[in-house]
Design a protein around this ligand. Structure first.
Ligand code: ZN
Length: 237
């Protein structure tokens, strides 16, 4: 039935509307238009690097919007080509960095209930799992024997975001940051110890002002981590 469905309702590019191979992906020209893998300027001492894969505009903006607000989970596949492109650069870019843990930026429980998922998980989890497999295929004998201490690329959904009561626009900039830092916490106290001296990768869908990422990096750094880097699918206004 699948072939009949896609024959009758062929998937369309979220950017220009032309027919594409699979649901959620962009056509080549729309993909090239937004692809922009770059290191962003960090304004946090807790974050070692922030990487973004695309400009938040055109097709990728539609994809992100559809996943978050229109319940179109299948559109998360649209992030895969960007992540694959980034994989090819990883061994050069991050020679001294292989994350022990990958931490998704959480959404609050109210959003989680109405949306049914955290979009960050949909966008990244499969790719992270692929990195983990690739790491093991390339692991040296020593690394493989030392399994417990070198298990890399582990997905760790360890943070909570509380439901904020005060509307952010009612607050001064300083109060906004304070409010934001109070919103994030560990799901369990023992995660703090787990992250000690580890390399951490934070993942999020979009990077704009960096306020959220900075607050989370600060919280995680308190666990005396070795390094924290961040990766987002898109950045921009
Ligand atoms: Zn297109």
């Amino acid at each position: 039935m699948n072939w009949l469905f896609s024959f009758l309702f062929p998937p369309h590019c979220a950017g220009c509307g032309c027919e594409v191979q699979s649901e959620g992906t962009l056509c080549e020209s729309c993909y090239e238009q937004v692809l922009h893998i770059r290191k962003l300027k960090s304004n946090s001492l807790d974050l070692d690097e922030i990487w973004s894969l695309s400009e938040y505009s055109h097709g990728i903006r539609t994809i992100m919007h559809d996943i978050k607000f229109n319940g179109k989970k299948e559109r998360a596949q649209g992030a895969a080509p960007f992540l694959q492109e980034f994989s090819l650069m990883l061994s050069d870019l991050w020679q001294d960095f292989i994350p022990d843990y990958v931490i998704p930026v959480p959404i609050n429980s109210e959003k989680l209930r109405t949306r049914g998922y955290n979009q960050v998980e949909l966008l990244f989890k499969e790719w992270i799992y692929m990195q983990q497999k690739r790491y093991w295929l390339n692991a040296t004998k020593d690394e493989a024997e030392n399994l417990n201490s070198s298990l890399k690329w582990q997905w760790l959904d360890c943070l909570n975001k509380s439901n904020t009561t005060t509307a952010m626009w009612e607050l001064t900039k300083q109060d906004r940051i304070k409010n934001l830092s109070l919103a994030y916490s560990y799901k369990q106290e023992n995660y703090k110890r787990l992250l000690r001296e580890k390399q951490i990768l934070l993942v999020d869908d979009i990077y704009t002002t960096g306020a959220t990422m900075n607050v989370i990096a600060k919280l995680i750094k308190e666990s005396k981590t070795e390094k924290i880097k961040a990766l987002t699918i898109s950045s921009g206004a």
